[in-house]
Structure formats: C-alpha cells, structure tokens
Write a new protein. Structure first.
Length: 560
C-alpha cells in the first residue's frame, strides 16, 4: 500500500517552482546584462522601503531593498515592463542613483512582505495615527517644561535605530501638544537638522537631529501624511490626525525642498487652543459691544485683516459661536477647516480640485444660509461674490491680508472692486495682532526708559483727545512691567497670547470718503471720530494693565 504525504508533496512542488523561478531570473539577467541576485538570504533595509509606497512597488514590479544616501539597490523582475521603466526614471528625476538587479518573483514577494513592518505606531487608515490615551497621559505626566521635552526627545534619539524610528514622531508631536505649540519645524542644514517649535508665536530651539534620523523621520512623516515619498523636488501638503483623550487633533504637514533637504512644518490644529470665547480674545469693552451689535445685523460684510498667524480665523470662529442659534443657518468655506463647530455646516475649499472660495460661496448661496464665513478673500471673483452675497440679504464674515483696518478698502480696490460698492456692502473692518502675555507669576515692574515713556505719553494723549470720557488705567510712577522667566512660563517670561485690535465702522462719513478711492491715511482720519482705539493705543492700554510689555508690542506693530 502506497501512502502520500500532502505536505511533503506540496513542499517539494514549491521548491521546484522556486528553483525554476531562480533559473528564469538568471536567464533574464544574461539577456538584459543586469546582475542576478537571490534576495532570500539578503537583509532588507526598512528605510529603503519608505522611498516608494507598497502599492506602487507592486504595480511597478520592483522593490528597493537597500539605500545609502542617494544610491539605491533596486530589484526588478521584468526590465521591459513599462511600469518598471517609468518608476526607475522617476527615481532618477528625483536625484536617486538606482543600481538594478534581476530577481525572481519570489524574491520580490519577500521584500514586499516587509512593508507590513512599516506600521509604526498604530495606523488605522490613511492619514490617521492613533496615540493611545494611556501613552499620551504618561507623556504629559512626565513632561511639563521645554527642558523636559528636550530631554525626552534626546533620550529617544539615543535609542536603537528601530525603536528610535518608531517613537521619534510621537515624542515630537506630543511634546508640541504638552507645550501648546502651534507648529513644529524640522529644518535640515549642511551637517545637522534643527527641530524648533513655535510657542506663543515665537520659534524656540528644541534639539538637533543627525541626518540619518532626519531621513527616517521625513519618510515616516510623508508616509502617514499621504505624501509621495519619492517626490523630493516639489513642495507637498498633507495631513494626519492623532487622537488624544478622545479628541481628534489634526496635523497639517508641509514639505518644502531646500538646499540641504526637505524642510518640514507640522501645524497643530488643536480644537482646545482654537476655541476661545469672544469675550476672552482681548477686545476692550467699547469694541466688544460694537462687535456684538454688528454680528446681529441681517446682512453686510465684516472683514478681519492681518498677516498670517495673527489670529484672524480664531476671531471669526468666536464670532460664529456667538451668532449661532438653532433658528439660523450658517455655512463656512474654509481652507483648512481648523475647528469643527456643532450646528454649523462647514465645507473645505480645494483650489487644486477646482473648488475655490468663490465657487464654494456660489454653491453656499443656493443653500439659503443666513450667515456665511469665507476663509479668505484672495481674488476679484471671491470679492465680487462676497459683495453680491451681502447685498442680497446675507451676513458675510471673511478675512483679508492687509496690515490695518483702513487698508481693507484700498486692498479691495486693488482686487478690482469699484469704490462705490464698498461703502454699501461692508459693515465693519477690523485688524488684529497677537502679543504674548506676561507671566503673572514672575513679571516685575521697573521704571520705563525714556523712549518707552515717550511712546506711552504720546499714545495716552491721543486716546484722551479721541475719547475724553474713556477710563484709562493709571500709569503708576512712570513704570512698566517686564518679563523675567520662571518654571511656570518655561523661563520665557510669557504665558499665552492675547489680541490687540482696531476697527472701523462703515458709517455715513466713511461711506462718503470711500467713494472717492481715498488713501489709507484719509480713511483713518475719517474714522478718528468713532472713538475706537487703534492697535497701538489698544496695546499701550494692555501695557499699563500689565498684560504685555513694550517689547512685545514693538515686535508686532510699528510704535514710532
């Protein structure tokens, strides 16, 4: 009686097939004059896998199994295949120098199987990186100050390569969250890579990375952000999210080619830092009452101006939350959506896909909204559509890149809007900046120097002339508060930020002035009777209150 062992038979068949595959690869090697290699006994460099995503590697029928600088070892199985040829050309265009090896299909599968080991952290879906509540709570309990964050990052950098690669991004991002950073900058230089984080609007050095760790970090950030790893000569934008204590925090990724590599910025969109009530933004009572009146109007435009990072969007969010009730419909068109507000319909512009602010605004009007927020007016089309919306019974909130509230009108004229339309459509223009708040634990009062005293005296005289009845904080003994630095403020002397504001109401006087296409100075003069402080005056009041100092005010506006 003859008995068959199925397992032994199958193993024997597999062995024969593998040998035939290797024989075929050697024949192809001789035909195309490309070296043959059997990868079954050769280690695969995980960093090499990060250069091309798994899907593309399989489609192109190749695998990058080793990397040294720009030199790549690339396994291929069908040199004549068009997808393979195109993929190799792309690598060359991106500055890589691929060395080709003919391998069997079995060798390729061995390399492709290693992609599953690249799931650093817990990747649940494209662009989502989960950090468990337990892990993040442990991190937060261990680190409170900038120095402690630096120490933990440096400890992570001293780990073995595999552990270092797995943990470095979590440690950097979590450190940014602990310190309430707005963004993280990873900047390659000739011999090192700097990590800096922006705290209260100011960049702070954290540590330096070696170039090898930077390359690992860059590849991993691209992987989880949905960026093309092999594209190094073009700027890219992506995103990923982390979940911390059941709150989803979005991280916006930007890469930019530079002289020594790709510069990376991770922008942290933390709902807790963006969601600030209107009353906490820093507006004085006079302006706050005006704003609360203006946002109750049924139509018109409220424009907020200032440079990038001046808090414009946060202010618009605060206004929307103040306006919202269950009996009105609010729609926003944003890029990006930074904070999700319950009860409000939010849509994200996608200029690359043809969904611009202007097109989003036109589509929104078909939904019969009461209030619309347009993230930014960038062009004539958006400006015209915004004005049309305001003239047809909608209240529109938006932002514009100008330096002052008065500068809004010349800027819109520059975009192609007729001056005669501005006074009819716009209700109010506002400008703002963010200044750091002095740490209440360590700030101290000192006599003001001659220059500072002169600025304060001149500004107080202007305020009294503008509004004789306004109550102004006492200027005690010509002294001012200055930063010191302590453990509670990470030795910076500052803790948190607050806005300084100015605004212009479009009343009959302003409307008549704007019709003649006036200069910024002429508009400011026409608005002087409105008793609203300008940013310099608002900032000086905050200096007298001990909220900020002259150095901070000088950093964001011209005091002369």
């Amino acid at each position: 009686m003859i008995s068959f062992n199925d397992k032994e038979q199958n193993d024997k068949l597999d062995e024969i097939r593998n040998l035939e595959e290797e024989d075929l690869a050697q024949i192809l090697s001789q035909k195309y004059k490309i070296p043959y290699l059997n990868l079954l006994g050769i280690p695969v460099n995980a960093n090499a896998l990060l250069i091309i995503p798994e899907e593309k590697a399989r489609k192109s029928n190749l695998a990058i199994f080793d990397v040294a600088g720009k030199n790549l070892s690339v396994a291929i199985n069908a040199p004549e295949k068009n997808e393979t040829i195109v993929a190799i050309e792309e690598l060359k265009e991106n500055g890589y120098k691929p060395s080709l090896f003919i391998v069997s299909q079995n060798s390729l599968k061995k390399v492709w199987d290693r992609y599953k080991e690249l799931s650093f952290g817990t990747v649940t879906e494209a662009g989502i990186l989960d950090i468990s509540d337990k892990d993040i709570e442990k991190f937060v309990s261990e680190t409170k100050t900038t120095e402690e964050v630096k120490k933990l990052i440096n400890e992570t950098l001293s780990l073995e390569k595999n552990k270092r690669t797995t943990q470095i991004i979590e440690v950097i991002v979590a450190g940014g969250l602990v310190l309430d950073a707005s963004d993280i900058h990873i900047e390659p230089e000739e011999n090192t890579v700097k990590i800096r984080i922006r705290l209260d609007g100011v960049l702070t050095n954290i540590t330096d990375l070696d170039l090898e760790t930077y390359r690992l970090l860059l590849s991993r950030i691209k992987l989880i952000s949905g960026l093309k790893i092999s594209r190094i000569k073009n700027a890219q934008d992506g995103r990923f999210s982390i979940h911390v204590n059941k709150t989803e925090i979005e991280i916006r990724t930007s890469t930019l080619p530079s002289e020594h590599g790709e510069s990376i910025v991770l922008r942290i969109l933390n709902p807790e830092t963006i969601s600030i009530p209107l009353e906490k933004l820093g507006m004085d009572k006079f302006l706050l009452d005006i704003m609360e009146s203006e946002i109750r109007k049924p139509n018109g435009i409220i424009l907020n101006t200032g440079p990038t990072g001046s808090g414009k969007t946060t202010t618009l969010y605060a206004l929307l939350k103040k306006i919202y009730t269950g009996d009105i419909k609010i729609i926003t068109i944003e890029d990006p959506i930074e904070y999700h507000i319950a009860g409000i319909t939010q849509t994200q512009a996608n200029p690359d896909g043809g969904y611009t602010f202007a097109k989003g605004l036109v589509s929104s009007l078909r939904q019969d909204p009461d209030v619309i927020m347009v993230g930014e007016i960038r062009d004539k089309e958006t400006a015209e559509t915004t004005i049309h919306a305001s003239l047809t019974g909608h209240l529109v909130l938006s932002t514009l890149h100008t330096n002052t509230a008065a500068g809004t009108f010349p800027r819109l004229v520059d975009l192609g809007i007729q001056p005669q339309m501005l006074g009819t459509a716009i209700n109010l223009t506002m400008a703002q900046r963010l200044v750091r708040k002095l740490c209440n634990n360590c700030k101290k009062r000192i006599p003001a120097d001659t220059l500072t005293a002169g600025i304060i005296k001149k500004t107080l005289d202007e305020i009294k002339e503008k509004d004789p009845e306004r109550k102004i904080p006492l200027w005690e003994n010509n002294s001012v508060y200055v930063p010191v630095g302590c453990e509670k403020c990470n030795q910076t002397g500052y803790k948190g930020r607050i806005g300084i504001f100015e605004a212009i109401i479009v009343d009959e006087n302003i409307e008549n002035t704007v019709r003649n296409n006036p200069s910024e100075k002429e508009i400011e003069k026409a608005a002087s009777k409105q008793k609203i402080l300008n940013m310099r005056q608002d900032g000086v009041i905050k200096i007298l209150e001990g909220t900020t100092d002259v150095g901070e005010l000088r950093r964001v506006i011209d005091l002369e």
